[in-house]
Design a protein around this ligand. Structure first.
Ligand code: DGT
Ligand code: CA
Ligand code: CA
Ligand code: ZN
Length: 579
C-alpha cells in the first residue's frame, strides 16, 4: 500500500465521520493527516520498516499513526471497515468524485441506488439527480460539470506540452482588439509538472467580441461551451482550455482566484475571514459593512490582506500565508539566475547537435559555463563513448572552448550506475574529467532495498559530482524507481554530491516534495536540461519551476553560482568517501 492509497483511505474516513455527524475537529484531523501522507516524500512502508516514528510527521497523532501502521502491515483497517459497514455500499466510491460531498453521496445511494461514477453520469443525464429533493437542477448541473472535468482530467498533460500551447493562445488573445490583459492561471501558472487543463484569464473592452475571436483562433478545434464572458474549448492536442474575462477593475481578484491552488484559496479565505474580510473572484468584501474592494492587480489582493506577494509556484497551502504575513517568504530562484548547464549531450552519442553548436548555444544564452556530458560506454543503444573516444572528445572540447570564447566548457560524462552500484568507467578515467553525472538507465525494476544500496554505493564514489535524474521517471511513461529517498538524501548531503533537478519536460523526475525534503537534510542542487539538442536549453524554466515549487533560493542551486564559486564545488568539494 503506497502513500497515495493510504491518503485516500484517511480522506474517506474523514467523509464518513462527517456523515455520522462526528465533531468537526475529528474530521479535520483525518483530512490533515491525508494531506500530510500524500505529500510525504518517504513511503510509509519504508518508514515503518526503519522504525521511524510517524508521529514526527506534522498532522499525524498517536491514533492515526496506529491506523497507518495497521494499514501498512495488514493491507486493511478494521476501523475503516466498521465505519463503512454503517453506510450502504457505494458511498465511499462516490466520495472520490469532486463536487460530491458526503451528504450528497449518501442521498444518491439511498434514493437512486447509484454506486459508481458511470451510474452517476447516467443519473445526471436522464434528470434523476435534478429531480432529487434537496438537490435540484443547480446541483445536478454542478455535478455534471465536475464529472466532465474529471473525465477530461483523467489524462493529465505534461507541463512541457501545455505551456507552449498556452503561450500561443495568450499571444493570439493579446492580438484581439480591446483585450487589455491576458494571463495563464491554474496549475499551469503554478508550474505543476502536469496539468488537467489550461486556465486563461483576461480583460477586454468588449468581452463577447473577444470570446468570439478567441474561439476562432487557429489552435482551437472545438468550442465546448461559449458565453458572453467565458469559453471552454478543445485545442488540437485534445487539451481543454478555459478562458474567463472580467471587468478591468477586477482582474487582480480573478487571476488570484483561478490561479489556486484550491487549498491555498481555502487557507487565504480563512486568513481573511478572521480579519473581517470575505475573499472571492469578484473582490474582497468587508463582512461588517458589505463594502467591496476591487483589485486590478493581483499584488494588491495580497497587500490588502497584509501579505507579501506570494509567487504562484508556492500557493499550495504549505505554510506560505503565515510566512508572507511575517514578510519572511523565501526569495525564490529565477530562470535568469542560472549561469550554466551541467548536463548536455552531443552527436558524439545520442544528441542531435555538434559539440560546437551546443557550446555556442549556451554562450548565446549568456551562460558562463557548460558541461558536455555524453553517455558512457555501457549504453550500447546510445553509442556510448569508449575511453578512447572520451579522450578524443576532450581534445576537441578544448579547441572549441578556445574558438568560441567567453564560456568555460567543462568536460564531463553521464556515467551509468550499473546494477550493482559500480560505475561504467574505471576511477582513473573519471578522475580525468571535470564533471561526473551518475545516472540510472537500466535495471530500473530493482526492489527498493537493492536500488537504495546501489545508489548509496554510487554516490559514495568520490569522483561523482551529480546524481542525474534521480528517480528516472519519464512523465506518463515510466514510473519512478523504488528508492529509500531519505537514505539517498542523507548520503548526498554527507558526500556533497549535488542532486539534479532534471528540467527536461518529459522527466521533471525529482519532485518538489523531494527537493524540499532533501534541502532540509542539507543537499544541494543543480537545475540541468539534459539537452540532447541546442534548442533544449530553453527547457531550463521547467526545472526552475520545480525548484521554486520547493521553495529554493538561488543559493541552493549550485549552477546559479558565479564560475569561480562553482569551480570550488567541482574541484575543492570536501569529499567524504565510503558507505
Ligand atoms: P488542474 O487543472 O487539475 O491541473 O488544477 P488547477 O489548480 O488548475 O484546477 P482547476 O483548473 O480545476 O481550477 C483552477 C483554479 O480555480 C484552482 O486552482 C482554484 C480555483 N478553483 C476552481 N474550483 C474551485 C473550488 O471549487 N473552490 C476553490 N476555492 N477554488 C476553486
Ligand atoms: Ca487547470
Ligand atoms: Ca479549469
Ligand atoms: Zn540520462
Amino acid at each position: 500500500m503506497n502513500n497515495a492509497q493510504i491518503a485516500d483511505i484517511l480522506d474517506a474516513i474523514a467523509s464518513l465521520l462527517e456523515l455520522k455527524g462526528e465533531e468537526r475537529f475529528k474530521v479535520v484531523a483525518y483530512q490533515r493527516a491525508a494531506r500530510a501522507i500524500a505529500l510525504h516524500p518517504k513511503e510509509m512502508v519504508l518508514a515503518l520498516k526503519e522504525g521511524d516514528d510517524l508521529r514526527a510527521i506534522p498532522g499525524i497523532g498517536k491514533s492515526i499513526a496506529e491506523k497507518i501502521e495497521e494499514l501498512v502491515r495488514s493491507g486493511r483497517l478494521e476501523y475503516f471497515e466498521e465505519l463503512k459497514a454503517q453506510f450502504p455500499p457505494g458511498v465511499t466510491e462516490l466520495l472520490h468524485i469532486p463536487g460530491v460531498g458526503p451528504k450528497t453521496a449518501l442521498k444518491l445511494v439511498q434514493e437512486l441506488g447509484v454506486t459508481s461514477l458511470e451510474e452517476l453520469e447516467a443519473a445526471v443525464a436522464d434528470g434523476r439527480v435534478a429531480g432529487l429533493p434537496g438537490l435540484g437542477a443547480k446541483s445536478a448541473e454542478n455535478i455534471e460539470r465536475r464529472l466532465r472535468e474529471l473525465r477530461a482530467k483523467e489524462r493529465r498533460i505534461p507541463l512541457g506540452a501545455a505551456l507552449p500551447i498556452a503561450e500561443e493562445l495568450l499571444a493570439g488573445l493579446r492580438q484581439v482588439p480591446g483585450v487589455r490583459q491576458a494571463s495563464a492561471a491554474g496549475s499551469l501558472r503554478r508550474f505543476r509538472e502536469t496539468v488537467g487543463d489550461i486556465d486563461l484569464m483576461g480583460t477586454a473592452d468588449d468581452p463577447p467580441a473577444a470570446i468570439a475571436a478567441f474561439v476562432a483562433l487557429p489552435q482551437v478545434k472545438a468550442a465546448l461551451a461559449q458565453g458572453p464572458t467565458k469559453a471552454t474549448v478543445l485545442v488540437h492536442s485534445g487539451l481543454q482550455v478555459d478562458l474567463r474575462l472580467v471587468e478591468h477593475q477586477d482582474f487582480g481578484s480573478l487571476l488570484q482566484h483561478f490561479t489556486g491552488s484550491k487549498e491555498h484559496n481555502v487557507a487565504l479565505r480563512e486568513w481573511a475571514r478572521r480579519r473581517g474580510y470575505s475573499v472571492s473572484e469578484y473582490g474582497i468584501a468587508e463582512i461588517a459593512s458589505g463594502r467591496v474592494h476591487h483589485f486590478q492587480r493581483e499584488e494588491e489582493v495580497y497587500r490588502f490582506l497584509g501579505l507579501q506577494f506570494i509567487p504562484p509556484e508556492i500557493r499550495e497551502a504549505r505554510g506560505e500565508i503565515e510566512l508572507a504575513a511575517r514578510g519572511a517568504l523565501p526569495r525564490l530562484v529565477e530562470a535568469d539566475d542560472i549561469r550554466g548547464d551541467l548536463h548536455a549531450h552531443t552527436d558524439w552519442t545520442d544528441g542531435q547537435d555538434s559539440l560546437e553548436a551546443m557550446v555556442r548555444a549556451a554562450r548565446e544564452r549568456g551562460y558562463a559555463y557548460l558541461a558536455i556530458t555524453d553517455h558512457s560506454v555501457g549504453r550500447g543503444i546510445t553509442n556510448g563513448l569508449s575511453v578512447e573516444r572520451l579522450r578524443e572528445q576532450r581534445k576537441l572540447l578544448q579547441s572549441v572552448e578556445q574558438q568560441v570564447g567567453g564560456i568555460r566548457v567543462f568536460h564531463g560524462t553521464e556515467v551509468d550506475i550499473r546494477a550493482d552500484g559500480t560505475l561504467d568507467y574505471p576511477d582513473e578515467v573519471l578522475a580525468e574529467l571535470d564533471v561526473v553525472v551518475a545516472s540510472l538507465h537500466s535495471a530500473l525494476q530493482q526492489p527498493a532495498e537493492r536500488m537504495t544500496e546501489r545508489v548509496l554505493r554510487a554516490l559514495a564514489n568520490p569522483h561523482v559530482d551529480v546524481f542525474g535524474h534521480p528517480s528516472a521517471r519519464l512523465l506518463g511513461e515510466r514510473p519512478p524507481v523504488e528508492l529509500d529517498w531519505e537514505a539517498v538524501f542523507h548520503q548526498a548531503s554527507r558526500t556533497g554530491v549535488a542532486l539534479e533537478i532534471n528540467a527536461s519536460p518529459g522527466r521533471l523526475d525529482l519532485k518538489d516534495v523531494h527537493v524540499s525534503r532533501a534541502r532540509e537534510l542539507g543537499c544541494r542542487f543543480l537545475v540541468n536540461t539534459d539537452a540532447h539538442a541546442a534548442r533544449h536549453f530553453a527547457a531550463i524554466r521547467y526545472g526552475v519551476g520545480v525548484a521554486r515549487r520547493a521553495w529554493c533560493e538561488s543559493q541552493h542551486i549550485l549552477n546559479s553560482r558565479p564560475l569561480a564559486e562553482f569551480e570550488d564545488f567541482l574541484y575543492h568539494r570536501q569529499v567524504v568517501s565510503g558507505l
